[in-house]
Design a protein around this ligand. Structure first.
Ligand SMILES: NC(=O)c1ccc[n+]([C@@H]2O[C@H](COP(=O)([O-])OP(=O)(O)OC[C@H]3O[C@@H](n4cnc5c(N)ncnc54)[C@H](O)[C@@H]3O)[C@@H](O)[C@H]2O)c1
Ligand SMILES: N[C@H](C(=O)O)[C@H](O)COP(=O)(O)O
Length: 334
């Protein structure tokens, strides 16, 4: 069925399955079983999806994606753009031979989003170490899509109650301080500010910035990054009208009294704030990449190799990621 541009065509959302031996393939099946009003197009191996459905005892009807729009999608149906595996998966045991397959799906997703074939991409978790074991430099979807798009991006994880953006992503702790300079911090804050306005509807977003050191440096007695880098950047941006709070000590930034004072937090590094989100809202947090020229959302969890193939993995974060992608795509259309 060919639908006109003004018709009720469902948004075409690309889905990537991530690590073939992880929980991603079965979570895609679970997502397809929902009644969400989206035309999901799985960019992966058709046989992988069939086996995942069988393992978790779910019914699925896989249809080849012909690129056409559809007006409705019965629950339990999923369109597929076949990207062949290199080796048949063994749940729980990632095989680096499949790294090229995983990256081919990401490339198709990024190319397709940029050219308008897909309204957004929703990614299931991949095993970074398996891609590295294949001899490929790779540190995450966020960095892959940024490089592919030549864009400055920011990783943000968001639950309905809390949004946390990261000044640095996947790098060793010892490299964090050097990675945060005035230029990178200013760029990051500008992206977060702009995207909170454009994507999340905050007219004047209030952003809390965490210090890097314990007690936000204790006035220079426990580190100097706050005084030398963070505070000067915040002051510069405040003068330009941004509402910035802090730098706050990370240990108390998430207590109830503080939470009412901001719309989002900028943390200096990955594990400074993600444990807060993941321990209070693992089933409803979404990873969204800010600053990309297309919409990308993802789960907040990893490949859960201990659960792969059992059908026990919770699809809630992937469903939340799909919902957010649909919301952002409809905002884009308006
Ligand atoms: N978006 C992504 O691609 C993404 C996100 C996070 C981690 N990872 C990768 O995943 C791999 C494994 O990471 P990890 O072991 O730190 O974290 P993990 O999230 O895979 O597992 C942590 C714990 O949470 C449980 N869990 C995870 N997802 C679940 C779900 N949907 N339902 C029920 N329980 C679930 C697991 O069983 C495990 O006990 C790493 O290679 C990491 O880089 C990828
Ligand atoms: N930092 C993310 C998390 O802990 O949930 C995760 O590693 C995924 O990142 P990418 O989606 O960029 O691969």
């Amino acid at each position: 069925m060919q639908l006109g541009v003004n018709s009720l065509a469902l948004p075409r959302l690309a889905l990537t399955a991530g690590e073939p031996a992880g929980v991603g393939p079965e979570l895609l099946i679970r997502l397809a079983a929902t009644a969400l009003a989206a035309n999901f197009v799985a960019l992966t191996d058709r046989g992988l999806l069939e086996r995942a459905a069988q393992r978790c005892g779910a019914a699925i009807q896989l249809l080849d994606d012909d690129g056409e729009n559809i007006a409705c999608r019965p629950p339990g149906t999923l369109r597929v753009r076949h990207i062949p595996l290199l080796e048949t998966e063994l749940p729980g045991r990632p095989d680096p031979s499949n790294a090229r397959h995983v990256l081919a799906a990401l490339t198709e997703a990024a190319d397709g989003c940029r050219s308008g074939r897909y309204a957004a991409v929703v990614t299931a978790p991949l095993q970074k170490s398996s891609i590295n074991d294949a001899g490929i430099r790779f540190s995450g979807h966020t960095e892959f899509f940024a490089e592919h798009s030549h864009a400055d991006v920011v990783m943000m994880l968001a639950s309905p109650e809390l949004r946390v953006a990261l000044a640095t992503t996947h790098l060793p702790l010892r490299a964090v301080s050097a990675a945060i300079d005035a230029a990178s911090l200013e760029r990051t804050l500008r992206i977060v500010h702009e995207e909170l306005r454009a994507k999340f509807g905050f007219a004047e977003p209030r952003i809390a910035v965490l210090g890097l050191n314990p007690h936000a440096g204790e006035s220079g007695h426990i580190g100097h990054e706050e005084i030398e880098t963070i505070i000067p950047v915040m002051n510069k941006l405040r003068q330009q009208g941004m509402q910035l709070l802090g730098p706050l000590p990370a240990d108390t930034a998430f207590v109830p009294a503080q939470r009412t004072r901001y719309d989002a937090v900028l943390a200096m590094y990955h594990d400074q704030a993600l444990p807060v989100l993941k321990s209070e809202a693992f089933d409803r947090t979404v990873n969204v990449t800010l600053g990309l020229p297309f919409i990308r959302t993802s789960v907040d969890h990893g490949t859960a190799l201990d659960l792969a193939g059992t059908g026990k993995a919770d699809p809630a974060s992937l469903i939340a990621a799909a919902r957010m992608a649909m919301d952002l795509a409809s905002r884009n259309k308006r």
